[in-house]
Design a protein around this ligand. Structure first.
Ligand SMILES: Nc1ncnc2c1ncn2[C@@H]1O[C@H](COP(=O)(O)OP(=O)(O)OP(=O)(O)O)[C@@H](O)[C@H]1O
Ligand SMILES: [Mg+2]
Length: 137
């Protein structure tokens, strides 16, 4: 099964849509609720990152009997130093984004903790691609 969702920079009301839809699908497939929770946390953080830091993006998810792979591709400023961005507490979030309760610099570390594989690739001035894989057992 494949799913595709769009994200728009600044549109925080839309962040969380992909993660809630994926949650429903995984529940229907009787995936372990603990594993679903981890996937939803990671995807939500990834969605918010596109909305908070990029101009637009898409979520591409693929689910089979054993695993889910999720790719988020965005057009945006990119991440100049990925190891730095992965550190807890590192954030370039704007004042407006912080006022909405984001910008603790915990999103990428949380994603890393909650999935089996995480890859972040980025080109400055072009965009970022996040890949996450989680096995169901
Ligand atoms: N899709 C993206 N495009 C551009 N920069 C990004 C993207 N995702 C993350 N970053 C950069 O990496 C930093 C760290 O991201 P992370 O998700 O860990 O924290 P945050 O989004 O700033 O705050 P939090 O997730 O805790 O609300 C961001 O502040 C930003 O500089
Ligand atoms: Mg974040």
């Amino acid at each position: 099964m494949r799913f595709r969702y769009e994200l728009e920079g600044g549109n925080f009301s839309r962040a969380g849509y992909a993660s809630s839809e994926i949650k429903k699908t995984l529940k229907q497939l009787s995936v372990d609720p603990k594993i679903i929770k981890r996937i939803v946390v990671a995807l939500y953080e990834a969605e918010v990152n596109v909305v908070a830091h990029a101009w637009r993006g898409e979520v591409l998810a693929e689910v089979d009997a054993e695993k889910i792979t999720i790719r988020l591709k965005d057009e945006g400023p990119g991440i100049p130093d990925i190891p730095l961005a992965m550190q807890e507490g590192y954030s370039t979030a704007s004042e407006a984004v912080r006022e909405m309760g984001f910008g603790a610099g915990m999103g990428l570390p949380n994603m890393k903790k909650n999935v089996d594989e995480l890859t972040v690739e980025s080109q400055v001035g072009i965009g970022t691609e996040v890949y996450m894989l989680t096995r169901f057992s």
